[in-house]
Design a protein around this ligand. Structure first.
Ligand SMILES: [Zn+2]
Ligand SMILES: [Zn+2]
Length: 176
């Protein structure tokens, strides 16, 4: 069975979501990604103590929308948590949030969507210039690749028997 990934997006980020969706399938041929629906970040997600939208709060909200194996939410707000003054993205095993607030080019945003998707599949950070390289700056995101390196691909092969695969159903099962 393929891994279905559903993408939610905030207002004005549909183009970004569609672009990331396409790049995601190029980077990970074992998944089928679908842009699902618009979802706005509620004001309640703002943490006045940190001055950021709380990424853990957003990850919790995302659990309510989980109609695919894994879900990603592309948001326009700047995100962080008590340990990080800002984050490009964050992932749990089946949910991820990526922020476009500091990643203004389509390419960079899509790289971080691929990065968090790698984490959701169990990949750790990688020292090669692949998308699993950890980036703290926008320049760091620009210089790494959208693709995954051979070492990362090999560790994915260990967890995914579907890698690489050729034919999948075209949609994931979403009721939204
Ligand atoms: Zn990471
Ligand atoms: Zn790698």
């Amino acid at each position: 069975m393929c891994l279905s990934i559903g993408i939610y997006y905030e207002p004005n980020l549909k183009v970004e979501a569609e672009y990331a969706c396409a790049r995601l399938q190029e980077t990970f041929p074992n998944i089928i990604s679908t842009v699902i629906a618009l979802m706005e970040v509620p004001a309640a997600a703002f943490d006045t103590a940190t001055g950021q939208y709380d990424v853990n709060f957003l990850l919790e909200l995302l659990a309510l929308q989980q109609h695919c194996d894994k879900v990603i939410w592309i948001v326009g707000h700047d995100i962080g948590d008590i340990w990080h003054s800002y984050l490009f993205g964050a992932a749990l095993s089946s949910r991820a949030v990526v922020s476009s607030a500091r990643l203004r080019c389509l390419e960079s945003l899509a790289k971080e969507v691929c990065h968090e998707t790698g984490h959701m599949q169990g990949l750790k950070h990688c020292k090669n210039l692949c998308c699993m390289r950890k980036s703290w700056t926008t320049e760091g995101v620009l210089t790494k690749s959208m693709a995954i390196c051979e070492a990362c691909r090999d560790s994915l092969k260990g967890v995914s028997q579907e890698w690489p695969s050729v034919s999948y159903p075209a949609t994931c099962t979403s009721s939204v």
